[in-house]
Ligand binder design. Structure first.
Ligand SMILES: Nc1nc2c(ncn2[C@@H]2O[C@H](COP(=O)(O)OP(=O)(O)O)[C@@H](O)[C@H]2O)c(=O)[nH]1
Ligand SMILES: [Mg+2]
Length: 477
């Protein structure tokens, strides 16, 4: 055989091997993005997708190795995997950021999905032998973090859940807002035959209470999570239950034997149905398929709301962490077989503070994430924390203050659309003490984009490349 035909033959073998490898290699990854409402999920996915598909790599991704090593070829959107899951509305988000004046993408309140096909040149010798270009399909799944707060319910009876919820409701800051609701439930005769409308009304009152906790008090522990983000289950009887307030005074036997058509029997039955058809279903249908998870936390807003709000965020993070506890005895492991191998916690909206504060923001986040380190068994799950801005809306400058140079940010304040230059304040590196809360309340300002996004321009960001590297870098070797 002459040299030419040997080369031809080799190329042919390479082609065949490539085809086989392409079929057998793991070239698909599910990346789930979550966080409590307003934590920045929509902004995060919009930016991440935008960074990857921006033409000519105008995006600044200095920490994303496939780009640094010039192996990244292109990314494009392709039809998503599941027909029944709503589409993540990327175009609408970009449209809003491109209009004049620009605004943030509209908030979404349910699960959604988007698939990117990323083409790159492999670095690993095995893949390289087989093929010159690999396609990695990445599915991004956006879902409310409130849904993870429901996991502990799977381990609780209606009685236990009611008692635990009442503990929260009868303490400030919740108590003042909750007294009307508690009075209403106290007046019920639990063994009376239930009235559909009455239960619907009280459930509605409980739901409104949860909205008050979230929106007015800035609290994070909201249970059941679906009540404030019901999606297409809005108004369904499965969401029409609430904690019962007087378990201590109920006769155990009477409760056990209560008929399903009594008030207490109906509440119990709906609670059980909620666990099975809502909570369990989410974990079985979606959660078990996630390969990687990013949890977004808006620590700055929690600081703004004060001690009660911040403490509640800590509690919520501890509850969310239970979904990643893979220890042998964990609830999660017993019920499902999750496969998440990387977990990223990110403090969002880092553009609201000056860059030298980012280290403190990460330290603060670490305090919250690792508080349960000794109890939880992450085992093979790699955990990382980061401070980022999905969409950077401020510029950093210098200013003189008391004869010293300090960093300041310039941006358009959300409240009044004024462009201001300020030092937004220091971020504490640890959970603030009682006296810190009293002496110097936090007041971090929210900023909105100033300039419309131009066509083929990538969104400005902070550390999105580090998030990309953690989530995808090793999948693109
Ligand atoms: N300045 C700034 N604001 C952000 C950023 N991400 C989110 N926000 C703000 O937070 C709000 C909620 O974000 P969104 O992504 O809708 O939160 P979601 O409810 O978790 O999807 C947005 O409307 C913005 O006002 C960011 O990177 N920078
Ligand atoms: Mg959203």
């Amino acid at each position: 055989m002459n040299k030419e035909s040997i080369e031809k033959k080799l190329l042919k073998i390479k082609g065949k091997a490539g085809a086989i490898l392409n079929r057998t290699l793991d070239q698909q990854v599910n990346i789930a993005v979550t966080g409590l409402s307003q934590s920045g999920k929509t902004a995060f996915i919009t930016s991440l997708v935008n960074q990857l598909i921006s033409e000519n790599h105008q995006s600044e991704l200095a920490f994303f190795t496939p780009i640094v090593e010039q192996r990244f070829i292109a990314a494009k959107r392709v039809p998503q995997q599941h027909d029944l899951v709503p589409r993540f509305t990327y175009d609408e988000g970009i449209e809003r950021l491109s209009q004049n004046p620009p605004c943030f993408p509209k908030p979404t309140k349910r699960i959604s999905e988007l698939r990117l096909a990323i083409r790159y040149q492999p670095k690993s010798s095995l893949l390289k032998l087989a093929t010159d270009v690999v396609t990695l399909n990445v599915d991004f799944i956006d879902y409310p973090g409130e849904w993870l707060l429901d996991l502990p319910m799977l381990n609780q009876t209606f009685e236990e859940w009611s008692q635990q919820t009442m503990k929260l409701l009868t303490q400030e800051p919740r108590l003042s807002a909750a007294t009307d609701f508690i009075d209403q439930v106290n007046q019920l005769d639990p063994f009376a035959v239930m009235d559909e409308q009455q239960l619907a009304d009280i459930a509605q009152q409980y739901t409104e209470l949860l909205h008050t906790f979230r929106n007015d008090l800035g609290l994070s522990v909201i249970q059941p999570g679906r009540f404030i983000l019901p999606g297409d289950m809005s108004g369904a009887p499965i969401l029409q239950f609430f904690p019962f307030t007087r378990f201590d005074s109920l006769d155990k036997n009477d409760y056990q034997n209560a008929d399903d058509n009594t008030i207490i029997g109906t509440l119990r039955a709906r609670y059980i149905a909620y666990k099975a058809n809502v909570v369990r279903k989410f974990y079985k249908q979606y959660f078990v398929n996630f390969d990687r998870q990013i949890v977004l936390c808006d620590c700055l807003s929690a600081l703004n709301h004060g001690k009660a709000s911040f403490d509640d965020l800590q509690l919520a993070i501890a509850m969310i962490l239970e979904s990643f506890d893979y220890g042998k005895s964990s609830l999660l492991k017993r019920l499902f077989s999750p496969k998440i191998d990387k977990l990223l916690f990110a403090a969002t909206k880092a553009d609201h503070v000056t860059p030298e504060q980012h280290a403190n923001l990460v330290k603060l986040l670490n305090k919250m994430v690792y508080q349960k380190r000794h109890e939880l068994h992450y085992q093979s799950v790699e955990v990382k924390t980061l401070a980022l801005a999905s969409i950077r809306t401020t510029q950093v400058g210098k200013s003189r203050y008391k004869n010293q140079q300090i960093n300041v940010v310039k941006g358009k304040r959300v409240n009044d659309d004024k462009v201001i230059t300020v030092f937004p304040g220091s971020v504490p590196s640890d959970v603030p003490t009682d006296s810190t809360w009293q002496e110097s309340p936090f007041n971090f300002i929210q900023f909105a984009p100033q300039h419309p996004l131009k066509a083929h321009q990538a969104l400005p960001h902070i550390r999105m490349d580090q998030a990309l590297e953690f989530l995808l870098g090793d999948k693109m070797r």
